[in-house]
Design a protein around this ligand. Structure first.
Ligand code: NAD
Length: 499
């Protein structure tokens, strides 16, 4: 990476940008077998960006066949770990070398601010590839304590062909959380990116092959969920589906596995995460700042968004005033302006969905303290102001359902037990947070919250070394950390008789 985002003329770059729009199968770009395409729309302008190959059963079949053949050939799966590591480190370098192009593709395709794509998503994806590359030759297998009469080896083997189906909110990063551990474990890979944001996936596949990953190991089939996604999840020769997306789709993915070959399924689904602030927390400004970023960053299109702010009685106004002050600085702007902090909502349908929830909140009797409107309509794009609801009751739709937009629901409570009760009373359990100076309260709440992650006196702290994922209907399995390798490998026991 070289220039700072503000030194680059992004609009000019965008005009010169070329898109990869075909499926990537067996190391080559190909049209969909049917010749069909779907439109990729720039959510900041409402205008057509590109026509992208719309893959279906036949394309998925080609990709899986190619992935299986590459796996059988062993050019990747049987490579010495140190060699696989070197190739993956080269792949990460190529991602970094193409940072500006990838960041631009991401921003044009899904509407997030260019500074975020350039400083967050793209280097985050490269780091993820580096981290799993570094792990490859440091993970050992086991010898079981069977006693002197036998030698029992417990080894981990790649599964074979892993399919991934990913969403549009962090298109490249969510894909990287899958392909980095999948490739590190020696599997072949077929990616179905979201039809709302396929462009970075199509570019990165080319970089994988350029880095030396054998053709057929890394395939990308763009297409709709109902066609390409379903075909991948139903395929009889796919060993595992790693899914990130909504809980509703996650439910279907499990059914497809049951209807086909009982493939392994991991699900990273939705959330409605509670962010609890106790009155004893000494730095309410800090808690409020984190609360604002927890819901307004990435236009609120974040699975772990702190969409429910639970405030102990007496501190509501102090916290919400600060949240509101930050919201004011995060008004949506042109995603290609390096100073923009909030961009466009991914498409018109999602914008309408978010506005529908804002309407429902009003109708249910909550009051809007800040925001609540569509803005920048003249641009032709889909922008919504950061929005803060107060007077929210835990029974309201805006307190229970995932909105996936910049809408915060503030709920007040009296006692810590009441906060725990409200926090746990949703179908989700992705992340949660508690702000308090009392160590007993902190640990008691951390134990009681049903969530994959509990933050204490912080929100959205993040590192590749820690697992990420949910409980309840937020999902099954974990991304990131060495634990992710468990999802993409199978245990084998080899028993040798020494008697
Ligand atoms: P979505 O479920 O609509 O789509 C996700 C993916 O599934 C897309 O690629 C889509 O094409 C595909 N799909 C849709 N229907 C399908 C079907 N019938 N069969 C197979 N595939 C199908 O979700 P979305 O709107 O793209 O993403 C937003 C959701 O993702 C939110 O719920 C968010 O919380 C969740 N998410 C979770 C995490 C996490 O780590 N837990 C991370 C990011 C996003």
């Amino acid at each position: 990476m070289n220039a700072k985002p503000e030194q680059i003329s992004w609009h000019e770059r965008a005009r010169a940008l070329e898109f990869r729009t075909q499926a990537f199968i067996g190391g080559r770009y190909l049209d969909a077998a049917s010749g069909a395409t779907f439109d990729s729309i720039n959510p900041a302008t409402g205008k057509l960006l590109a026509r992208v190959a719309s893959g279906d059963k036949e394309d998925i079949n080609r990709a899986v066949t190619s992935a299986r053949a590459a796996f059988r050939k062993g050019g990747w799966a049987n490579l010495k770990p140190a060699k696989r590591k070197r190739i993956m480190l080269g792949f990460a370098e190529l991602i970094l070398k193409h940072s500006e192009e990838l960041a631009l593709l991401e921003t044009l395709d899904m509407g997030k601010p260019i500074s975020n794509s350039l400083k967050g998503d793209v280097p985050g994806a490269a780091r993820c590839v580096q981290w799993y590359a570094e792990a490859i030759d440091k993970v050992y297998d086991e010898v079981a304590p069977t006693g002197p009469g036998a030698l029992a080896l417990i080894t981990r083997e790649p599964l074979g062909v892993v399919g991934a189906i990913v969403p549009w909110n962090y298109p490249l990063l969510m894909a990287a959380w899958k392909f980095a551990p999948v490739l590190a474990s020696g599997n072949s890979f077929v990616l179905k990116p979201s039809e709302k944001s396929p462009l970075t996936a199509l570019k990165v596949a080319e970089l994988a092959v350029e880095a030396g990953i054998p053709p057929g190991v890394f395939n990308v089939v763009p297409g709709l969920g109902q066609t390409a996604g379903k075909a991948l999840a139903l395929h009889m020769d796919v060993d595992c589906i790693a899914f990130t997306g909504s809980t509703a789709t996650g439910r279907m993915i499990m059914q497809y596995a049951g209807q086909s070959n009982l493939k392994r399924v991991s699900l990273e689904c939705g959330g409605k995460s509670p962010n609890i602030v106790m009155a004893d927390y000494p730095d309410l400004d800090k808690a409020a700042t984190a609360a604002a970023h927890a819901i307004f960053d990435n236009q609120g299109e974040v699975c772990s968004a702190g969409s429910r702010l639970l405030l102990q009685e007496g501190i509501k106004d102090a916290v919400l005033e600060k949240v509101q002050a930050i919201a004011r600085t995060m008004q949506p702007g042109d995603p290609l302006d390096a100073a923009t902090l909030s961009g466009a909502i991914v498409d018109e349908a999602q914008m309408k969905r978010v506005l529908g929830y804002i309407e429902a909140g009003r109708n249910d009797g909550a009051s809007i303290r800040f925001g609540g409107r569509r803005v920048r309509e003249d641009s032709g794009g889909y922008f919504i102001e950061p929005t803060v609801f107060e007077g929210v009751k835990p029974t309201m739709a805006i307190a229970r359902e995932e909105i996936f937009g910049p809408v915060l629901s503030a709920i007040t409570f009296k006692t810590v037990d009441e906060a725990i009760e409200i926090a746990n009373d949703v179908i989700y359990g992705l992340v949660s947070a508690i702000w308090t100076r009392d160590i007993t309260t902190a640990h008691r709440v951390a134990r009681a919250l049903r969530a994959g992650t509990v933050y204490i006196n912080c929100y959205d702290a993040d590192d590749l070394t820690v697992p990420f994922g949910g409980v309840k209907q937020s999902g099954i399995g974990r991304d990131k950390s060495l634990h992710a390798l468990e999802k993409y490998t199978e245990l084998k026991t080899t028993w040798i008789d020494l008697s």
